[in-house]
Design a protein around this ligand. Sequence first.
Ligand SMILES: [Zn+2]
Length: 204
Amino acid sequence: MHLVPTHDEVVDLLRRTGGLRTGHFEYTNGLHADEYLQVALTMRYYDAAKVLSVGLSRQLRANPEIRAMIPELSIVAPATGGLPVAYGVCEALRAHQVYWGERENVNDPQHFRQYLELKKGEKVLLVDDILRTGKKLAELKKLVEANGGEVVGLAVVIYQPNPTTPSFDPLPFHYLAKLSASYYQDSGSCDLCKKGVPVDKVFV
Ligand SMILES: [Zn+2]
């Protein structure tokens, strides 16, 4: 394994730990896909979590602008999937602090814990395990900005965009591996449905 694991090493690690699954999946938004990624299943193993978060932190440290900010950098994640990534990256970078956005119910907006106050212009790196729809990180970015912080970049273990994933340009965006599933807009256009392959409904 390289210090920054290669794309193939990341994929192999995900497959060995149950985080990347091949089959026929239906997402809650109706998209069908031939692969399903659940990085939390990989992050349950401490050694795997360490490999991924240290690899990501090495990429971040290689970015001169981010490297210069490390002593004052806040690592901020959406709960709960981003938490092991946030702590791993913060530990490896020796960044300033970690906190997270959370919600009581699925449809509630994200919020920070009571008494958590950002410094004006606080430098924030957003991290998560996966960037797929981009909705959670876009919402968290707005929350940071509404509280006076400045988002200086994004870092995720896996980038798996779908046809509607927004771009966060011009912010620096780091990821260890980009995965492309074959997405189908609905069951009517899905080759796997046409072949009669049984479908698994997935919830995130
Ligand atoms: Zn299908």
